[in-house]
Structures are given as C-alpha cells and as structure tokens.
Design a protein around this ligand. Sequence first.
Ligand code: URP
Ligand code: ZN
Ligand code: ZN
Length: 472
Amino acid sequence: MRKIIKNGIIVTAADTYQADLCIENGIIAQIGSQLDETGAEIIDAAGSYIFPGGIDPHTHLDMPFGGTVTKDDFETGTMAAAFGGTTTVIDFCLTTKGKPLKAAVEAWHAKAKEKAVIDYGFHLQIVEANEAALNELPAMINEEGITSLKVFMAYKNQFQADDETLFRTLLAAKELGALVMVHAENGDVIDYLVKKALQEGNTAPIYHALTRPPEAEGEATGRAAALTGLAKSQLYVVHVSCAEAAEKIAAARNSGIDIWGETCPQYLVLDQSYLEKPDFEGAKYVWSPPLREKHNQEILWNALKTGQLQTLGSDQCSFDFKGQKDLGKDDFSKIPNGGPLIEDRVSILYSEGVVGGRISLNQFVDIMSTKAAKLFGLYPQKGTIAVGSDADLVIFNPDVKRVISAETHHMAVDYNPFEGMEVTGEPVSVLSRGEFVIKDKLFTGQAGAGQFIKRAKYGEAKKISAGSTITI
Ligand code: URP
Ligand code: ZN
Ligand code: ZN
C-alpha cells in the first residue's frame, strides 16, 4: 500500500523544508505537496521532523568477547536501534587466524538472518594479512558486498594485528576499493601497563583508564595515518576518544591523507571519573579506548562541528553488570569492554548536539546518517531523503523530554550508562523500507525482516532504481 507522510518538516544533511512524502514499494516515490492520496495510508507528521533513518556504522551484536558474549544479539540489538531512530547497522564480523574469511562471513550471516529487524551490513576483521586472506578479499568485496575491513591495533594476544598486516590491508584496500577501519591504541604499551598495574595490586576499574593513556591512542592514530599516507590508501578511525587522536586525524587530513574519524556518545557526555564509582559500578563505564578527562568532550564536539570527525558510532557492545561485567571483580583487565549505546546514539546527538547548540540540525543528520552512508557505500539508497531512496525514515518529536533509564530501554542489558540523563527529542515512528518498525512508540516490526545490504566500493555510489521526479 502507498503511504503518504504529511505536514512534517523534512531534514537532510543539506536542507530543511516542509513537504509531503509518498512511499511506494518501500522507496520514496514522490516528495512535494498536494500528492494524490487515493488509496494511500495517510500519516500526519505535523509538528515533527522527518529524518533519514540513522546509520550506525559500529556495532558488535552477538559477539564473543572478553570471555563472554555480548548480551544483545541481532534481534534485541536491532529492535533497540529502531526504537532509537536507527534503520541500518554495520556490524563487525570477527575472523579467526588461519581460517577462511568466508567461514566467518557465513557465521555472521547465520547470526543476523532470522533476527535482524532492520537492514544491516558487515565490516570484515583482518587479523593477519597472509596470502590466503588477501586472496579471498576480491570475493569478499566484489561478491559479498563487504567493502570495509577492520584492523585492531590493540587487544594483544586476542585481536591485535601487527603493522605489516595493517599496511598490507591498506594496500589491498586501495587496489580493491575498500575502506580500512582501525581501532587505534598501542596494544603493546597497554599490555605492559596492564601487567604492571596488576603486579602492583591495582585491580579496580579505574586502572582500565589509567593503563590506556591518551598518548597510546594518539600514537596509534598517527601511525595508522602515516601508513595510510604511505600506502596512498584510505582509513576510518573508529571510536576516537581524545584530543591526542583527534589532532592526529586533523593533521593527517590537512596534509592530504584520506582519513576519517568517528566518535561515540559516551566520549561526548561521560568522563573518566565514572570509572571511580563505588561498589564496582565503575565497571559499567569500561570501554576501550577509555572515557577521558572531561576537557576532551568539547574538543570532540568541536571536531564534529568543524568536520574533522565525521560520524557517530554507538560501538554497541553490551554486557550485563551482573553476570558479565563482574567477571572482572578482582581484576580490571577481565571486565568485558563495552556498553549498550545503540538505542540512545541518535537522541544524545540531537539533545546534546542540536538542542545544546553545538551542531546544526543538518549537521546532526549528516553525522548520524548521511556521512556513514557515503563512506560505507550505502548512499543514496540510504542516508538521505530523496526520490528513489529507501523509505528508511524517522518521524521525530523535537520537543518532548524523556529520561534515559534501563527500566524503559529496549536493549537486553540490566543497566544504561546514561541512567537518569534527561534528553530532548524522541523518535515517535520509524520506517524501514516503507514499513513501520516502530509506530507511535510501539514495536511493529518483525525479526528477520531486516535485509543484508551489499555495499558499494569506497568512493562509489550505491545503485538505486530511480523513482519519479521531485515536485516541490
Ligand atoms: O570497549 C569497546 N570498545 N568494546 C567493543 C570492542 C571495540 O574495541 O570496539
Ligand atoms: Zn575498538
Ligand atoms: Zn567497537
């Protein structure tokens, strides 16, 4: 059935205007006024903004990590994402040294296929750029549509790859048209600092932050940027947490290196002091990179505003406080790293960013959706509101206030790191390819309705079949 969304204010990364939208066969068929309403379902969006669905470029759903498995899987995670105004996630497919990449991709498809309620793609981890892995890359990129590759520079003896792997991955990505992503922290230095802290009897959560100093992030970011320049390749730095890393990205960009940066909600609103909460509560705030000294927050906001950082990932990697985070009760290095953020990513950016006067409304759309769509080969199928694009839409009440709480969130975990925080603005209804996933704040979607999206190569547009022309 056709749907017409009337009276809303359409906001894209470029424009803000009042118009009606007609959806047919899951895509945006018309944008204009006085559209033919015959036989259409009419949705009145008066007083609301209409945003393109959020694109979360950084999630870990159903992922084994830190001696356990993330609590949110593709069903609970994508449902919570939809409640929060996100309609596409790109999840990290972990691979195993010595095993075919293809096997890992099949395993990740099996996790997602019957469960995802919104569309999704995968990034592919490269643990070792050996001949076997490099030989598989053309098929992964050209046939599987997995056009981004992830290298960890930290998590020694687990995920960490060496510089040779990073460099060879950058060279391959340049040749094949993929974007390389890095977790940029110096894993060797951190490993030494962690061992030393534990030897000295320092076991509390705050030592997680103290053993992963900002210099270790800045150094790795600068090294990855330099190797990208040497390879004449392209790089996306995930979860930038501090001035030391943001400055390295800005300097590399200024020198002409093709480098992009993402930050995450927790680095914009929380700080290192949260790790000192009593009764082991600090464990709820253990991320890598760690939360930083408060002064970094405005530096990150400013980098988003000026375009030195471009995207906001949730880094959704959720573990229960009781039963998972407490694996590290006597040893901070055993606290599973990560937190539940998929649901509040868009709200926090809107409330603290737009309402807080730090970014414009159009920048907000760019940061939460459009830029990720462009960088990761989804645009213009996703990431904008245009004729021919998927009708992935968020009808957003900009004025309502709500308090974030684990009591009301939809993630599967027993705490929310933003507990008690008041935010302004809320997604009311969310559509994925023209179907309501959330309607008037109720879940109306279906597990398995989300589709895997094969993405275009880096720098290329995703092909769409054009709809009718824009008539405003
Ligand atoms: O602490 C974090 N960030 N957990 C998720 C894994 C990663 O490093 O992105
Ligand atoms: Zn990471
Ligand atoms: Zn992550």
